[in-house]
Every structure is written in C-alpha cells, then in structure tokens.
Design a protein around this ligand. Sequence first.
Ligand code: ASP
Length: 418
Amino acid sequence: MNAKTSNRILIGIVLGILLAFVGVSVFGVEMTRFSWLGTLFLNALKMLIVPLVVTSMVVGITGLGDVRSLGRMGGITVIYYTVTTGLAVLTGMILVNWIRPGAGLELGTEIPVTVLGKENLGVSDLVLSFVSDNIVASMANLDLLPIILFSIFFAAVLTTLGDRGKPAIAVFESLNEAVMKMVEVVMYLAPVGVFGLVAGRFGAASGEPGGVAAMIGSVGKYTMTVLLGLGVHAFVVLPLILWLVAGRNPLRYALDLATPLLAAFSTASSSATLPLTLEAVEERAGVPRRAAYFVLPLGATINMDGTALYEAVAAIFIAQAAGISLSPTQQILIFITATLAAIGAAGIPQAGLVTMVIVLRAVGLPLEGIALILSIDWLLDRFRTTVNVWGDACGAAVVAKRVESARPSTMGPGSPAA
Ligand code: ASP
C-alpha cells in the first residue's frame, strides 16, 4: 500500500475515534447501535490471522536460509522479549510499592465469574498449552501459540530439504503475498471499524450507572499506577532501546506504527491487530521481512510487556488491599510469575485477567481480589494491549538490526541510514 493511501486511512481512523467519543458524550449508550461495524472489522481481521501467521512464519524462517540463522534470530528475540518484559515488570513493581494504591481498601468476598473454573491454573498448564495434539483444532480456536510452534518446526524442516523443499516454499511465498493483499483491503474498513469498536464499548460504559467515573471509583489510584507504569515503559524504556540498539528515531517509528497502535487500543487484542502490525512494520517502517515475520507473530502471543506490568501491579495491589505484607521472596515470585502469566495470556481481550490467577496462587493471595479490579479492566486492557503491540514492533526493529547488520543492503526503504 502506498504511503498516501495509508496516511489517508490513518487520518480516517483518528477521525473515527474522535467521532465515536463525541458521539458517546452526546448520545451516550445509543452509540452501541454502531458496535456491529466494529464486529465486522474485527471478524475480518480475525479471519486473516491463521493464514497470515502460518504463511508469514514459514516465509520469514525459510528466508533465513538455514537452521543456524534461525537459532541466532531466535536467541536474540528471546533475549529482547525477556529483557523488555523484565523491565516492564520491574517498573510496575517499583511504582506499586511506592504509591501503595491498595492501602486502606477492602477486598470483595466473591471470585468473579471470569476466573471461575480457572482457579487451579498453574505454570505447568502454560507449558502444556504450547503444544497441541490437534493443530486443526488449534486453528479453529485461534489458539496461536501451538500454530506458531508448528510453523517454526515445519519451516525449519523445509530449510533442510534443499531443492525438494523449494516448491513448498514458493507456494507459501505466493500465499503470503495474497494474504498480505487481503490485509490491505481490510485496512480500508479500519476507520469505520474502529469507530464502531470505540462507539460500542465506550457507549456501553457510559450507559452503566455513574459511567466510567463510577467504574474507576475506589480504584482510581490503582488505575493511575498502571497507566503511569505503562507510560514509563512505552515512552521511556522502549524508545531508549529502539534508539540505542536499533538506531531508529522512536518518534518516526511510532508514527509509522500509528495505525496498529490505534487498532490495538480499539480492539484490545494483539492477535486481531497482528495483520495491521505486520503491514506497518514491513511496509511503512521498512523492517526486513525475515525479522518482522518471525518476531511479530511470536510477539503477539508471548511478548506482552503491558500485560506483565499490569499483572505485577494488580497482584501487589490486591495484597495491599488484603492487608498482606509481601516478603522479598514473595515479591521475587511475583516478578517471575507475572512474566510467565503474560507469556501465557492469549492476545485477546482481558486474557491477562484470567492468567492473573497464576500470580495470585503462587504467592497465596486471595482470588477474590480480582473482583476489585474487574470493573475497570476493560479500559486498562486497551492501554496494555497498545503497549504490548508497541513492544513487539520495537522488537522487530531491534532483532532486525542485530541479525541483519551483516547484510545492510537488504534494509527496506524506511530503514535508518545507519
Ligand atoms: N488484551 C491483551 C492483548 O491482546 C492481553 C491482556 O492483557 O489481556 O495483548
């Protein structure tokens, strides 16, 4: 898609969001009438996820040439994911221990329905969910992690077949071109779709007694703590890494990524945003496809900086509200399990709320505490999803720079002159 068209779409998205907010402030809950437009857009995006993930992983990995390069790329990617997620959790933990938003609050007495049936979720369940016994069922359920692992395995094997693997690789390349074209077509729906999503969700919120203000209610300090942490990570930590390690101008990169970032806020789903993230990172920001196609699909499911930060803040907030003081060992356990819970959370709305059970159980905190943060979670989810997508996009640039530095001639048009 050319720059002019994608700029027009971006302006359309911004106008769509503004119009939705103005509409909600004037017509309130009536705006939910438009939510079907959002659903239509969301469905169109979701429809593309499986073909896109499979073809882009195969194209990205087979494009690396041999399995050894995959090891190098995988290694750098894992280091990036681990360091940035760790920094996000640390930021959240420092802020929540300092601000103490839970002090003086009362816990609820009931475990919310959202987590009922999931009370026993543990770390082993996470690991088990990585591999599926039925890849078709995983595809039907949009269960991305097993699909990604299958694709990596499949593509790695293809690279070892030499000439016999080439026809299959050519088919995947062609299919990938076609699916990316479909993404471009769906992007034309984005302004109207984003309008529908924002009008629908914020319209519904305004229809609740007291509106958004009442939802924030007693958890205003907690909301501010999460937002502050997300802000530090998104505006300070990630841009610094992007600038220092990838040599990119963070502002320019963020502008290139504006469409998927706004879509992440509107959909609250990293997975649904993935088609747009791939398009923007490759086409607009000019990150080489080999890196983008590997880092982004994987990142959309396991690299969730915003979710990890929120899990840590929420767990310590619940401890404060329950009047439980956490030992240093328990704080370390929260650090580790918040990271794992973010890895385990699917890229769908409010998945982090459910995997929070892992963090709470690890340190023996009451699951009833989740009720305290439930009312405002839909809103915080939008902010953390935006940070998750931003983290993935920065990762693509960082990994590309580290892996491709030996082959500068492959850099795309938007790459830094470095
Ligand atoms: N909604 C988030 C995402 O899709 C996951 C979560 O934190 O609930 O990235």
